[in-house]
Structure formats: structure tokens, C-alpha cells
Design a protein around this ligand. Structure first.
Ligand code: FBP
Length: 251
């Protein structure tokens, strides 16, 4: 499994720059600078991130065939939804593994809203994605976010540990989970994920010290790193905070 992750890790650790929020939340997340995917690609390459995360539209227009393609690996997100959709949580698949490979992807990602009424559909789609990805020797990353009317607190310690375990059970190579609120509860999530590696999902932009403390907690707890967006490209100095985060993750 270590070989499968070698293109998107450094000594078993990882830092990914996520930029799929334009679909998930809309341009409300952006300012004049970070609305431009090239701005984010510049941060990712200059900051030495292990990979950039895009949906297929941005991957085809800004990454494939560009100067960035040789500089930074791509993780292609295969499903997505908008904030405008208010139904029970479901994120349909909008791209196949073979399309991702044509766009230059070194790994694929997929969001599962565990506990949602549509859980079964997402499990089925992800099952095929894991199979297809592994048949092409690339890793599959599960964004596992328990969500829906049955999940009153989606960041409770036992819920986050369950999310991590779901990743292991479904065959994800890496599981991307939210912070559970403490180092101890996150450690249990990492234990629950077993041989599936764990990365943190960032969340809304917060005070820098607060964010660095979370990064330290999750690394102490055994996570391999983080897949984050807003706390970086909304930051007034993205490369400065990147450097601090890398010191914690890579030592
Ligand atoms: P952030 O670090 O900006 O939170 O990005 C991580 C991420 O998983 C993105 O990949 C995704 O767009 C977003 O969070 C989804 O967040 P949510 O579903 O909680 O609104």
C-alpha cells in the first residue's frame, strides 16, 4: 500500500491543497485573488504541497497540459454537490476514474455522507471507484463526512472515529475526516482507521494559532497530514502559514 501512495506522500506524510469549494460552497468563499485557480496552483507549487485537489472542470482548463502538470500531482474529486441543494445529503458522481487519469490524476477522491438516506448509493459508487482506481494502481481517498437528519453532531468523537473506520471497511487508501475536537478522540479515530491513512479536513478559516494547534494535535494523534483549503488560500500570506504547517507535519 505504501507504493500506491508514494506519488502523493513524502516519507509517509502529506499536505494537500483542496480547491473544490467553488462547487461545494460557491464563489462566496473567494476574493479577487483566490477566485483564480492559477493563484491557488502557484501556492501549491511554491509551497511544495504533495498534491492539489480539483474537480474535473478546473483540472481540464487549468492543470492538464499546463506548466503545473509537471510540478504538482493532481487528486481529482469524482463527485460533488452545491450548497443550493437542500435535500438529504447526497453527492453524485460526476467523473469516472478513466477520465481522471486522462486529466493527469495521481489519485481520486470521493465524498461519502455516511448516515444519510442516500448512503447506499454512495457506498456503491465508491466501491466501483476503489476497484477502478486500484486496477490502475492509483489510490482512492474517501472524504467521509457523516451527515444528514440522523446525524445531530457530525464532529462528535465517536462519529469521527466511525467515519475513519468506514474508510477502512470500504477500502479507502486515505480517509479525510473532520477534527473531532481533541487529540485523544482523534487518536481513537486514527486507531479505528487501521491501515487506512488519515488526513485532516480543514474547515472554515480560523485564527492561525488555533489552526496550527489542530494540525499539531492530529499529527500527534497519528494522522499522516492534512487536506485543507480555506485556511491557506484565504490567508493573507499563504506561503507563510504553509511553512509553519509543513514544519509540524514533516518535522
Ligand atoms: P477546507 O479546508 O476549505 O474546509 O476544505 C476541505 C473540504 O473537504 C473541501 O475539499 C470541500 O470543498 C469542503 O471541505 C467541504 O466542506 P463541507 O462539506 O463541510 O461544507
Amino acid at each position: 500500500m505504501a507504493d500506491l501512495l508514494s506519488k502523493i506522500t513524502t516519507n509517509g506524510k502529506a499536505l494537500y491543497l483542496a480547491y473544490d469549494q467553488g462547487l461545494e460552497h460557491g464563489p462566496i468563499e473567494f476574493n479577487e485573488k483566490c477566485v483564480d485557480p492559477n493563484y491557488v496552483l502557484d501556492i501549491a507549487t511554491a509551497g511544495g504541497y504533495n498534491a492539489i485537489i480539483f474537480q474535473k472542470g478546473i483540472a481540464s482548463k487549468y492543470y492538464k497540459g499546463s506548466k503545473y502538470e509537471q510540478k504538482i500531482p493532481l487528486i481529482l474529486k469524482l463527485n460533488g454537490k452545491t450548497n443550493l441543494y437542500k435535500g438529504e445529503a447526497y453527492s453524485p458522481q460526476i467523473c469516472e476514474v478513466d477520465e481522471a487519469l486522462k486529466l493527469g490524476a495521481s489519485a481520486v477522491g470521493y465524498t461519502i455522507y455516511a448516515g444519510s438516506e442516500h448512503e447506499a448509493k454512495m457506498f456503491k459508487e465508491f466501491g466501483k471507484i476503489v476497484r477502478d482506481a486500484h486496477s490502475h494502481d492509483i489510490p482512492a481517498i474517501g472524504w467521509i463526512y457523516p451527515r444528514g437528519k440522523n446525524i445531530p453532531n457530525d464532529t462528535a468523537g465517536e462519529i469521527i472515529a466511525y467515519a475513519a473506520r468506514i474508510g477502512l471497511e470500504l477500502g479507502a487508501d486515505i480517509v479525510k475526516i473532520k477534527y473531532s475536537g481533541s487529540k485523544e478522540s482523534f487518536r481513537w479515530a486514527v486507531r479505528s482507521a487501521g491501515k487506512t491513512k488519515v488526513v485532516l479536513s480543514g474547515g472554515v478559516k480560523v485564527n492561525e494559532d488555533q489552526f496550527l494547534k489542530v494540525i499539531k494535535d492530529i499529527i500527534d494523534a497519528g494522522a499522516i497530514g492534512a487536506a485543507i483549503g480555506r485556511n491557506i488560500w484565504q490567508h493573507e500570506n499563504p506561503l507563510e502559514i504553509t511553512k509553519k504547517i509543513k514544519e509540524i507535519i514533516f518535522g
